[in-house]
Ligand binder design. Structure first.
Ligand SMILES: Cc1ncc(COP(=O)(O)O)c(C=O)c1O
Length: 454
């Protein structure tokens, strides 16, 4: 495979610099240096417009689960566009693939999660999940049950409602007042919050904080707790095995809904089809996006329990929430085909096998002086670096470790996400051992270069 089309990289970069506002990016840097322009993808590989080949060790944005270049997904989209490109889900309309997808998801999701509303992405899904939780209580006469508990380091998207649930202060700055009623708890991040404790003691501490918060705020003011089964963008936090079970018991006891944000963990990434299955719990509501179409077309959605569905569908007036593209038939047709690939190729199992292998290889980096913590679940993992292992001190942001690692890893032909504190990886679920080895050794060399030169 090579790049067959011809591109003028300089012209593209100049146009980008002149016209683009990139999301969650340093705009000053981009204005000066411009982007890296990718024009071709196949399986775990990407090519830039100059023909250089990379391993996409971040699967786009945690979402290219089946790998790049799947012609079946292009065919599914084209076939549906030829039949009918768009039918809304508003005012009693629907289309065959959207209906079939809801039935398929009901089959796939654990327990009582049998009812769905679709969206175009993760933030819209979490907005929907939070509004459904509030609606569920409000229509039952409990209109004070509105607060939402989430965790620091949690990432739930950055539209205004989802942003309030997101627990990463860097995303709040400069955007004015946040929506009220969102409280952030300690994440189950043992490296920094549970050191010197047994797993049980750490979970006890987190559960005690949850109980205390519920007592202070009043259970009758709290609608829901939202959390990613494994936290992703905020720093990849893998909770202790008993955490979700214990949290779920407390929430049930206090009549607080549990929302799982499966936007990254859904559709195989952790080694099971959904992240919740790693922990043996079933939430009342689950949001999803990304892997449902492997990023080939935008789609997200929310699953709710039979109980919530029965309450919502027992109200004889409109549920006033949704989006133009809720249930877009082209997106749902692609999702059905994508799920078939995930199932036929048993990709969750490969994510489990390759993820365990990759994590063990990455743990070999512990002998380097700046590697503080290596953690992950399935094919989502992070190497956290520190300037001092004993004190766990972080690098000074002025040292620009993140941008330097981004540049150095790209020079070595791997795409990873380098933040000021760590390198996150989440390759397509199709990755095999030779590519895992390439990623780990390129990362090790890049880290040596960057940290050796500080
Ligand atoms: C767990 C989680 N929830 C929600 C979102 C937001 O999704 P989107 O960017 O599609 O709005 C993300 C995006 O990375 C995510 O990781």
């Amino acid at each position: 495979m090579t790049v067959t089309k011809t591109y003028n990289t300089t012209d593209l970069v100049n146009k980008d610099k002149a016209h683009m506002l990139h999301p969650v990016s340093n705009l000053a840097q981009l204005r000066e240096h411009g982007p890296l322009v990718m024009c071709k993808g196949e399986d775990v590989f990407l090519w830039d417009t100059d023909g250089k080949k990379y391993i996409d060790a971040f699967a786009g944005l945690w979402n290219i689960n089946v790998g790049h270049g799947r012609a079946e997904l292009a065919d599914a989209a084209a076939e549906q566009m030829r039949e009918v490109a768009f039918v809304p889900n508003f005012f009693g309309l629907n289309s065959p693939p959207t209906i079939e997808l809801s039935a398929k998801l009901a089959e796939m999701m654990p327990g009582h999660l049998n009812h769905f509303q679709f969206t175009s992405g993760g933030a819209e899904s979490n907005e929907t999940a939070i509004k459904m939780a509030r609606y569920y209580w409000s229509v039952q006469g409990k209109s004070d049950k509105v607060k939402v508990l989430s965790r620091l380091m949690g990432y739930h998207g950055i539209a205004m409602g989802a942003l309030a649930a997101t627990g990463i202060p860097g995303y709040w700055e400069h955007f004015g007042p946040r929506a009220e009623g969102f409280l952030h708890l300690t994440p189950p991040y043992d490296y920094r919050h549970g050191a010197d404790m047994t797993e049980e003691q750490f979970v006890d501490k987190l559960v005690a904080e949850l109980e205390e918060t519920i007592k202070t705020e009043g259970a009758d003011t709290i609608a829901a707790f939202i959390g990613e089964p494994v936290q992703g963008a905020g720093g990849l936090v893998v909770p202790p095995q008993s955490y979700w079970q214990r949290v779920s018991e407390v929430l049930k006891k206090h009549d607080i809904l549990m929302i799982h944000d499966e936007v990254i963990t859904g559709f195989g990434r952790t080694g099971t089809m959904f992240g919740m299955q790693q922990y043996g719990v079933t939430p009342d509501i689950a949001s999803f996006a990304k892997g449902i179409t492997s990023g080939y077309i935008p789609l997200g959605g929310v699953a709710v329990s039979d109980e919530i569905f029965n309450v919502m569908s027992g109200i004889d007036k409109p549920f006033m929430h949704g989006f133009t593209y809720s249930g877009h038939p082209v997106a749902t047709a692609v999702a059905l085909r994508n799920i078939k690939i995930i199932e036929d190729e048993n990709l969750p199992a490969n994510a489990g096998i390759q993820g365990e292998y990759m994590l063990n290889e990455l743990k070999k980096l512990y002998d380097k002086p700046y590697v503080g913590n290596v953690r992950g679940k399935g094919l989502m993992m992070l190497v956290e670096y520190v300037s001092d292992k004993a004190t766990k001190a972080k690098f000074d942001p002025a040292q620009k470790v993140g941008p330097k690692l981004e540049a150095t890893t790209r020079k070595r032909g791997i795409i990873v996400r380098a933040t000021p504190d760590g390198v996150a990886m989440a390759p397509p679920l199709t990755i095999q051992k030779p590519e895992v080895d390439t990623v780990v050794s390129a990362l090790a060399d890049a880290m040596d270069e960057v940290f050796g030169g500080l």
